[in-house]
Design a protein around this ligand. Structure first.
Ligand code: CO8
Length: 258
């Protein structure tokens, strides 16, 4: 599929996906969501970290496209929401870490996109918010679910009921983002984080993501048992032997993703 709204750049196993619809501040319409879905479905197996960002200096993603949503009826609204949610779920369950590099407005669906990523790094110009109730709707790309998980129920209720947007430093304070930096440093910081991940054993990173995602909703005993099973599976990999042998022989580990 040819992409009209996505720019893709891969370097040293790190892929950067830039959402590009500058006229609408990268608002997500169904064509962009379809392109993202296709991109995620066909992501090259050699990619070890995905960075998602928005084109331009002003906006990460300014939400779902309001002009496309305005005429929808209930069934169409549900379909649009469910499709966007399924694309974001693909991001959340991708077998590699995904970093959101939030360069500007992350509002509505844009905030929800960032929430679906594993790690969020923001420029100090970024703004986060869920303004949906001011438009007569609620967050529809799983924001009511993930915002409460990531920032806590009290924060989620405040942000969603008020529609108030917060700056990056406040997002950092409430745990919505992992780090804040100068705008010029954003992609560099995201790349530093990505490379820290890439140097580790890929299967172990994949299992760690699966554990953290799966265990969150499980009762303690089931979560601990799940981790034990995944921990055991690591010993079936060549990379476990390579990593531990390298440590014991005081050499650098070379992982082969096996
Ligand atoms: N949708 C469509 N167009 C948009 C959007 C958007 N979300 N955001 C900005 N644009 C367009 C503007 O209409 C404008 O277009 P034009 O130049 O043709 O008038 C252009 O982008 C530039 O925007 P502004 O002139 O408004 O730029 P400002 O710097 O003055 O303001 C803001 C920037 C604050 C980001 C402002 O544009 C804004 O408030 N945008 C809307 C933000 C918003 O409400 N987002 C939430 C949308 S709802 C949502 O995301 C729900 C997700 C779940 C969907 C479930 C499906 C059913």
């Amino acid at each position: 599929m040819d992409y009209n709204f996505l720019k893709i750049n891969t370097s040293e196993a790190v892929c950067t996906l830039t959402i590009s619809a500058p006229k609408s501040l990268n608002a997500l319409n169904s064509n962009i969501l379809k392109e993202m879905d296709d991109f995620l479905t066909h992501l090259d197996k050699d990619i070890r970290v995905l960075i998602i960002t928005g084109d331009g200096e002003k906006s990460f993603v300014a939400g779902a496209d309001i002009s496309e949503m305005q005429p929808l009826n209930a069934a169409e609204g549900e379909r649009f929401g469910a499709f966007g949610a399924s694309v974001f779920r693909k991001i959340e369950t991708l077998p590699i870490p995904v970093i959101a590099a939030v360069n500007g407005f992350a509002l509505g669906g844009g905030c929800e996109l960032a929430l679906a990523c594993d790690i969020r790094i923001a420029s100090n110009r970024a703004k986060f918010g869920q303004p949906e109730v001011g438009l007569g709707i609620i967050p529809g790309f799983s924001g009511t679910y993930r915002l409460a998980k990531i920032a806590g129920m009290g924060v989620a209720k405040e942000l969603i009921y008020t529609g108030h947007a917060i700056k990056a430093d406040e997002a950092l304070r409430i745990g919505l983002v992992n780090a804040v930096c100068e705008p010029e440093q954003l992609m560099k910081e995201a790349m530093i984080m990505a490379k820290r991940i890439v140097k580790n054993a890929p299967i172990a990173v994949k299992y760690a993501k699966e554990c953290i995602n799966e265990e969150y909703d499980l009762p303690a005993d089931e979560a601990i048992a799940f981790e034990s099973r995944m921990f055991g599976k690591c010993f079936d990999t060549k990379d476990q032997k390579a990593g531990m042998t390298a440590f014991l022989t005081k050499q650098e580990a070379h992982f082969t993703n096996e």
